[in-house]
Design a protein around this ligand. Structure first.
Ligand code: FES
Ligand SMILES: [Fe+2]
Length: 312
């Protein structure tokens, strides 16, 4: 039995809300990162994420809290907090306690989602989520979206992509995919060349898998029907993950049989992986052999995102 599972929650950007679901003035409770959080959008349109429980007497800011201009007002005694987590008003007191503040998570909005930065030590973001040109292109549309809650960790899910030998067994692939991997700090790219059997014969496929930290990746499929899948992985806690995939396809190809078949095939593959992920052990010293794929390299890349919290 492994003794080092689960890993701590890695440092990364994590999607916590769909931008379109959070209008100015909206407040939502969240359960991610092993804690209770609140996300709100100010009247001017900026999204912020805070720890949910008010530093005063502990009310949940996401249950009954309301947005007042650029602040979130606690439902219990009306203290107001700005986007830095700082208390800016106590309606009945002459002086605001100087240390009155809620923990704030740096936030950005990109590719249609609100992202919160998590680092166990409280460090500021040290990389960016890339913008996908296709998100704002009139030639591309979202064609498919699906979310799972899976009892596993992001590292285990990501390892799937480099675990060449599971493709024939779990997914029925005709051959082991080969990949060229390059790394640049928090970013990683794997380019896989595969051959697919289709009703029109064999087709060469290129699959470019891009990761930025542990919470965001996008896969660009070319060859048959150009498709982008955005992969969003957000820890619910240290042992479970919310996994969403959003597919983008060319407007003039969406709805055609092939475009739909690609989405459904990938959805099926995830369904095939889930029972393996949810029931496997993490082996810190796996028994690897040639043909297994660059699993050790992937784990080394992941290690940069684990930071121990400061001693209590
Ligand atoms: S508990 Fe939030 S203002 Fe008192
Ligand atoms: Fe898989």
């Amino acid at each position: 039995m492994s003794i080092d599972f689960p890993h701590p929650i890695p440092t990364s950007w994590y999607a916590v809300a769909s931008s379109g679901d959070l209008a100015p003035g909206d407040v939502r409770p969240l359960e991610y990162l092993g804690r209770q959080l609140v996300v709100f959008r100010t009247r001017s349109g900026v999204a912020h994420v805070l720890d949910a429980h008010c530093p005063h007497l502990g009310a949940h800011l996401g249950i009954g809290g309301i947005v007042v201009e650029e602040t979130l007002r606690c439902p219990f005694h009306g203290w107001r907090f700005d986007g830095r987590g700082q208390c800016v008003e106590v309606p009945y007191a002459k002086r605001i306690p100087p240390s009155a503040g809620a923990r704030v998570y740096p936030t950005l909005e990109r590719n249609g989602f609100v992202w919160a930065w998590y680092d166990a030590t409280g460090s500021d973001p040290n990389f960016e989520i890339p913008t996908l040109d296709q998100i704002n292109s009139p030639d591309w549309v979202e064609s498919f979206r699906r979310t799972w809650q899976i009892k596993t960790q992001i590292q285990e899910m990501g390892e799937n992509g480099v675990d060449s030998a599971h493709f024939p067994t779990v997914h029925g692939s005709a051959e082991l995919p080969r990949s060229n991997v390059s790394e640049n700090g928090a970013h990683r790219q794997a380019i896989q060349y595969t051959v697919l059997d289709t009703s029109k014969g064999r087709a060469k496929n290129v699959i470019e898998v891009n990761s930025s930290g542990m919470g965001f990746g996008f896969t660009h499929f070319t060859g048959l029907c150009e498709t982008i899948s955005m992969n969003l992985m957000t820890p619910i806690d240290a042992e479970s993950t919310e996994f969403s995939v959003v597919f983008l396809q060319r407007r003039d190809e969406v709805g055609a049989g092939l475009a739909r078949a690609i989405c459904l095939d990938l959805e099926q593959q995830i369904g095939e992986d889930i029972p393996i992920w949810e029931n496997k052990l993490y082996r810190s010293k796996p028994l690897l052999c040639d043909g297994d794929g660059p699993i050790a390299e992937y784990r080394r890349w992941c290690a940069q995102f684990y930071r121990a919290p400061p001693p209590a």
